[in-house]
Design a protein around this ligand. Sequence first.
Ligand code: SF4
Length: 461
Amino acid sequence: MKSTPALSAKDPHAPADSPVIGMVSLGCPKALVDSERILTKLRADGYRFTDTHEGADLVIVNTCGFLDSAKAESLHAIGEAMNANGRVIVTGCMGAEPEQIEREHPKVLAVTGPQQYEQVVKAVHTHQPIVHNPYIDLVPQSYEEAGIKLTPRHYAYLKISEGCNNRCSFCIIPSLRGDLVSRPVHRVLYEAEQLAASGVKELLVISQDTSAYGVDLKYAQSPWKGGKVAAKFYDLCEELGKLGIWVRLHYVYPYPHVDSVIPLMAEGKILPYLDIPFQHASPSVLKAMRRPAAQEKTLERIRRWREICPELTIRSSFIVGFPGETEEDFEFLLNWLDEAQIDRAGAFKYEPVKGARSNDLEGHVPEEIKDIRWERFMEKQQDIAARASQAKIGKTLECIIDDVSEPDENGLCGADARSKADAPEIDGAVYIRDIAGAKPGDIVSVKIEDAEDYDLFGAPA
Ligand code: SF4
């Protein structure tokens, strides 16, 4: 679970005497979207924001409680905010276990759980009330209409559901966040359209289980643009593909119906990119993990997907050293990686999480073996990624610009960009030399000249 350091959303339009709120957002992109919703609601209520603890009247810490190391990081972030500011409200996944927070930081003002936007906002109003001025207060807006984005302006996360119906043995997210609750499809599409209209060039579709979208709604149809759209994975992708911006799918499980979106990728409607957290390949480990879609013949499917869409990039995450993982299981995983040619992969060493059923499994793997397996995994993965990167030398790729340096005396800049194969924050970058007049969000053609493990280097084509 990735942590995002202190984030801020400054609002120049809020009344100058309204209270100032600081926010630290930790954890995954789903938690980031929760932070955006909280900030959006607070902005609509007239609060202002700062990115320093010292300058805030109150600090909200949105915590991650997925792994014990993430919990420790969350407790540390709460401690920092307490020391620097002293007025702290805690929310997020760790808020589901308030005792631990209150034991370590008894002076926090309030603790609320994941997805409890209303409660966090209520706690802020209680502890830092705002004086309403009917002449200058902003008209409240929903986050779908004018959400605060903590991502750069040219890309945005689009959260399509909350919770999860799966019960992976190492994961406590369903007990923290509950079963799958999909957002109605017209709400998702409306938000996507508004984001595109406000200048967003890349949408990152997220949830706990993107391919299960709409199951809980029984694929209910919503009126949309004079017709009807079903709350279904394929239908959602097809509609998002009409926006004319990059659409990237995260947290997809290899259910058979996922096959149907590959032609949309081949036709250029959505990005040829699938983030599938496989977590392992050995059937016995997958069974112990209780992974969704573990029985599907993934290697065969991946081969077929690549036949239909040769450009397809697959990103995944894996756990090494899961209880009961034998040397044989681990070698099965390495061979599978070779066969599947997973383009981008991260690996975590298994960590027991309080409350997870995997804690009771037999055969916990000693730490030193986990370390060795992790090194071996990363070596294999780096090899695969490096070969894939080398194969791109000489090609021309469409890239989206994230950042641009100051121009030199000839007006030329360097730019940090990403190809269609690179999601922000987690994948590689394309470094462009000698580019003129570019700005973040521009999509440009780049001739690749060199490659290094995960990164590419090139010049405007
Ligand atoms: S799919 Fe598994 S790992 Fe992912 S949130 Fe659901 S239970 Fe947890």
